[in-house]
Design a protein around this ligand. Structure first.
Ligand code: ADP
Ligand code: MG
Length: 248
């Protein structure tokens, strides 16, 4: 589904990712673990097409198309969704309007009427244990940490992307909120056996709830170790310093 080949990425002329290769097959869940500042969010934004991040070498293919130079909205249309680590507030844009317009842009052939659309959204809201009034608030304006994360999940449920990048969706959540996030992610996983995930985290706890097929350790902009789900516990025991010592 997604192939990153020998990817090097810089921001403001500073190299962040270095010769990174990653292949994600349809229907698989990959986890990227790594310490703060290792380049996890850079990788996420590079896949989503944030123009701040410059690809200086290598390329990216998504469902057999080269996406390296596509705009973010073109990548979104192909089915890529990035859940932000720090979603920005958009004053004046109501949640329901964003969902409706984004759904129309991503699914132009589905001429679902407004009433039915809203009914579906409300079902997802109750799944996320959110109030209907949420739909009429401005996107991320004054949202608590937990509300921001649930809004990201609401977008996923409504927009039904093919490839989902979750950038630290688990950070700052209490046990109950984490369990809810995990339940929704597992539901999205079960809904479509071709859907793939890239779960970015520096803790093991979300990966206890959402079993990854593959785990990669990112340090200083390079993948320094890859394995199956058992790697999560090794990383947890060894810590990231053990890896850092091996990199210059
Ligand atoms: P992680 O998500 O693993 O914590 P990031 O990808 O956010 O790491 O950051 C990797 C490196 O890139 C850090 O050294 C960070 O300071 C730098 N970086 C990321 N975004 C920016 C930015 N917008 N401007 C300048 N430096 C940045
Ligand atoms: Mg980050």
């Amino acid at each position: 589904m997604l192939n990153c080949t020998n990817l090097s990425v810089s921001i403001k002329k500073k190299t962040i990712l270095n010769d990174l290769s990653l292949a994600i097959a349809p229907g698989s869940v990959h986890a990227i673990m790594g310490p703060n500042g290792s380049g996890k969010s850079t990788l996420a934004h590079t896949i989503a097409g944030n123009p701040l991040y410059k690809v200086t070498n290598g390329d990216m293919q998504f469902r057999e198309k080269t996406i390296t130079h596509l705009a973010p909205h073109q990548r979104a249309r192909l089915g890529i969704f990035l859940s932000f680590q720090q979603p920005p507030a958009i004053p004046g844009l109501k949640v329901l309007l964003l969902l409706k317009e984004a759904y129309r842009a991503l699914h132009p052939k589905d001429d679902i009427d407004t009433e039915r659309f809203q009914q579906q959204v409300e079902q997802y809201l109750s799944l996320l244990r959110m109030d209907r009034a949420f739909l009429y608030r401005n996107c991320n304006e004054g949202f608590s940490g937990g509300e921001r994360k649930r809004f990201e999940l609401l977008q996923l449920l409504v927009l039904k992307p093919k490839f989902i990048i979750l950038d630290e969706i688990d950070s700052g959540l209490d046990v109950d909120a984490l369990a809810l996030v995990a339940r929704v992610v597992n539901m999205l996983r079960a809904q479509d056996d071709q859907r793939s995930f890239l779960i970015i985290t520096h803790y093991q706890r979300i990966l206890d709830h959402v079993q990854p097929d593959y785990v990669h350790v990112l340090c200083d902009g390079s993948i320094v170790d890859s394995g199956d789900a058992s790697l999560v516990h090794q990383v947890d025991q060894k810590g990231y310093d053990a890896y850092k010592q091996n990199t210059p």
